[in-house]
Design a binder for this molecule. Structure first.
Ligand SMILES: [Zn+2]
Length: 230
C-alpha cells in the first residue's frame, strides 16, 4: 500500500486508536487496532494523505539541510559553530605545542595534530572525537543555564548522528538526544534545539501549549529555527 509516494507499514496491536508516524521520509508506520478491517484503515490513511505529504516534505527538507559528506582532505571545508574553516593536518612530533585540534579564527583554519597526518581515517577519528567533546561541553553549559530558568531537569543527554532530526526527548526517561551535526551550526541554533527538547519535558506534542512555552522562554525561536534549517 502506498499513499502520496510513501510506503505504508501497518502493525496490528491491542490498541483502541490508530497511530501514524513517519521517522524516515518515504515510510509511514501505522499502528492499528487488531479488529479494524483493512479497507477502513485505508480510508483513514487516504483522508490523512495531506498530513503524510506534509511530513514527507518536512523530513526531506531537514535531510537536505544537513551536510551529508565531510571530506578530510587538506583544505576541506569544516563547519564549526556556524563558521567555516579549512582543514589541515600536521605531524604531532614536529609541533609539540599544539593541542589535538587547533582553531585559528584569524586564518580560518582547523589544524589536526597527528602522528600520521596523511591518514584520512585518523583525521576523521580525531576531528569527530573533538567535535563531539566540544558539543557535549556546550550542551552541558546550556542545560546548566536553562534548567533552573525552565524549572525542568533532563535526566541525561547524549549526542548521536541523526538523519532527520536535530534532537529528541524521551518523555518517559527524560533523556535528551542531540544531533552531532549541531556542532557545525551557530550557537544560537544549538540553544534553540536544547530549549525545544527541554520544553518537551512539559509538553509532549507540538501543540499550542508547546509553542506558547517556546514563545515565553525563547521569543525569537522561529528566527533561530529558520537559520538552523536554511
Ligand atoms: Zn519537538
Amino acid at each position: 500500500m502506498q499513499i502520496g509516494g510513501c510506503k505504508i507499514e501497518i502493525t496490528r496491536k491491542r490498541i483502541k486508536h490508530l497511530y501514524l508516524r513517519m521517522k524516515e521520509p518515504g515510510c509511514v508506520q501505522v499502528s492499528a487496532p487488531k479488529h479494524w478491517p483493512g479497507g477502513y484503515i485505508q480510508s483513514i490513511l487516504e483522508a490523512r494523505s495531506d498530513w503524510i505529504k506534509e511530513q514527507q516534505q518536512k523530513l526531506l527538507q531537514r535531510q537536505l539541510a544537513t551536510p551529508r559528506f565531510q571530506s578530510y582532505e587538506d583544505h576541506a571545508e569544516v563547519f564549526f559553530e556556524g563558521q567555516s574553516y579549512r582543514l589541515n593536518a600536521v605531524l604531532k612530533s614536529a609541533f609539540p605545542h599544539l593541542g589535538v585540534v587547533t582553531l585559528c579564527h584569524k586564518k580560518k583554519t582547523l589544524t589536526l595534530s597527528l602522528s600520521d597526518p596523511s591518514n584520512l581515517d585518523a583525521r576523521k577519528k580525531q576531528l569527530d572525537k573533538w567535535l563531539r567533546a566540544q558539543l557535549k561541553e556546550r550542551i552541558a553549559q546550556l542545560l546548566e543555564h536553562w534548567q533552573p530558568i525552565m524549572e525542568v531537569v533532563a535526566s541525561d543527554f547524549g549526542v548521536r548522528k541523526m538523519k532527520t532530526r536535530w534532537g529528541s526527548c524521551n518523555i518517559r526517561t527524560h533523556k535528551i538526544w542531540l544531533n552531532f551535526d549541531l556542532i557545525s551550526k551557530a550557537p544560537e541554533s544549538l540553544e534553540y534545539v536544547v530549549v525545544h527538547e527541554l520544553t518537551h519535558l512539559y509538553e509532549r506534542y507540538h501543540n499550542k501549549r508547546f509553542y506558547s512555552l517556546m514563545d515565553h522562554y525563547l521569543p525569537d525561536w522561529r528566527k533561530r529555527k529558520h537559520r538552523l534549517n536554511s
